[in-house]
Design a protein around this ligand. Sequence first.
Ligand code: ATP
Length: 436
Amino acid sequence: MPPEMDEVVRLARHRGFVFPSAEIYGGFRSTYDYGPLGVLMLRNVKDQWWRSIVQMRHDVVGLDAAILSSPRIWEASGHLANFTDPLVDCRKCKERWRADHLEAGEDGALHCPNCGSTDLTEARAFNLMFKTFVGPVEDEGAVAYLRPETAQGHFVNFLNVLQSSRKRPPFGIAQIGKSFRNEITPGNFVFRTREFEQMELEFFVPPAEADDWFDYWRTQRLEWYVDLGIPREMLRLRDHDKDELSHYSAATTDVEFLFPWGWGELEGIANRTDYDLRAHSEASGVRLEYFDQASGERYVPYVIEPAAGATRTMMAFLIAAWDKDEVGGEPRTVLRLHPRIAPYQVAVLPLSRKENLVAKALEVLSLLQPVAMCDYDETQSIGRRYRRQDEIGTPLAVTVDFDTLVDEAVTIRDRDTTEQVRVPIAGLVQEVSSRL
Ligand code: ATP
């Protein structure tokens, strides 16, 4: 059963996934901080992406480019001229909207979603890049931009990577990092924020192979979400119409997720053609192309780009995992997160705070810490501690009780079935590893 959005927001905050930023000052314009659980979960999302895109392949290498870099990048890429949203103001209530997010009423006119007025200004192009100054003097020559996507770092380093890594097309460059967009209407929790994290792959291919690789990455990327536990029926691929395509794209497909308010984008897979490499070649005077020594062939590769949002994806995992059921006649909330995504894989719980039990539990904890991210909790009754672990999605709880001191065995409880089995400590690491 999909949760209400405010249930997710409440749990995220209460349990320490996501806090409104600067809360003690009344918050700050849809910015968020990731708490003790959020930072673990977000890291897992990024690690799983990296694992599938870089670690498990021989044809992709990594990169971590600067957030602040030459403004000539954004001039050449077209972002200075084209990275805009159509902004309209409501003359009546003074709210601002993205024109392409407004729906026409029965009268055919656009209405302000806040007050219903049709008295809206003409749409004007609003550039989404954050502008700042580098160095002590705030003049035109010092202007720089916070990157609005990680992608251009891949293109301007194309030759560096090609030469240092000895890769040749088809090959990819992967990067995870922060991007910034001065969104007109941030909202829906962390779905749309002005500061967010992206996971982007630029996959360089011979132009004749671009269509095939585009299809390949569409499938690969959809399956990644399914493999990590998002039900297939909550996902779909949506092809962009021609008039919807970005300025650099020949074809784009979005991976969409069924959010509580409807379908929304998690990731865009685009055929960026040779647009970016050509644009940077022209602007910089450096030829960004591939030269095949064997055949003597020289060409500018096409680029297939799967570009996902890490923060938005983490939110989708939270929503998809959310469930409510009954245990022993009591209602419970449980996050059925995939073990690779859950903040903690194991909770170690001494039955009581008795000194000898705690010592034993800490011993068990130190056995498990090298193989899993573990929580340790000795507060409250054991029942309440299980509920808490269910609510934060911990797949396994290991309980140390008084019998443990005698039989050197512990109880493993499964989050989903709530079944408990007794396992000797000697075989615990193996048992936990195989279950995860
Ligand atoms: P939208 O149409 O929602 O504004 P977009 O199509 O401009 O998004 P892309 O440029 O394709 O987004 O960015 C790739 C991914 O980065 C998106 O699929 C999304 O997951 C993430 N993303 C983009 N903008 C934001 C944002 N403001 N907040 C959080 N994540 C974002």
